[in-house]
Design a protein around this ligand. Sequence first.
Ligand SMILES: [Zn+2]
Length: 293
Amino acid sequence: MLASAGGATLALLHPTPARSQGQGAGAVFPQPSQVPGGVARLSLGPAAERPGALVGDLPVLVVGDPIEWTALVGIPLSAAPGEAFVEVREARRAATSTSTSTSTSTSVSTRRLRYVISPKRYSEQQLKVPPGKVDLAPADLARYERERTHLAKVTAAYSEPYPERLEMEVPVPGRRSSSFGLRRVFNGQSRNPHSGMDIAAATGTPVVAPLAGTVIDVGDYFFNGGTVWLDHGRGLLTMYCHLSAMDVRSGDRLRAGERLGAVGATGRVTGPHLHWSVSLNRAMVDPALFLAS
Ligand SMILES: [Zn+2]
């Protein structure tokens, strides 16, 4: 069964960097981090064919080879610490021989794989601003609601091809804040935690794709400003916000390192920077887990 999977196919579907790039055991991407906003790396063991895995009803990225498959589960910032499960589906082929013929049948076995999400206390930022800056004006609120509906569709994008690799390049050089997960409280009201990495850079600095991907959304949004989304395959998406220029259109395919736009200060920001988010199985996870340094 193993041979029938085909060497070429396996080589293509082989994005586990630890082995395929000949790096040490410490250099796996994404780095494991079983906390809200992190990525769990769950060993699924050997199997002739790549198992499927689901978290809730969402497909999970499974990488590796018949010797060792690994499920990479994005954990939402809102996840409760404690035990969690992925559903693993493995195809088993059985050959049945009669006196005249041999037929193969495929059965699917399903098991629940338990893992534990550790608590992580992200820091909190208390901000006092004039009341009008917290509550949106009716027109802004209506715009935001429309955009939220649209963005929910974008974040649900899913394409079949596997990411070519999982180590990412930084989309723009510059000082990286460690503010992923920061809990922001405006005048005592909790807002969504910061779900990306901010990189300080001057307006006009080129922003490049950190990994090959397809452009799935280009727009100008109330909070996020000029925004580009890339689909890297199998539920791995990235988002770039506050851009001053967007040089791509939906459907464009980008190679790693190819320019998609330029840093700006569009949307609700206080100064030019890139906001970069990484989404895995619809969970916003810490982009730093995908970077080498
Ligand atoms: Zn940000």
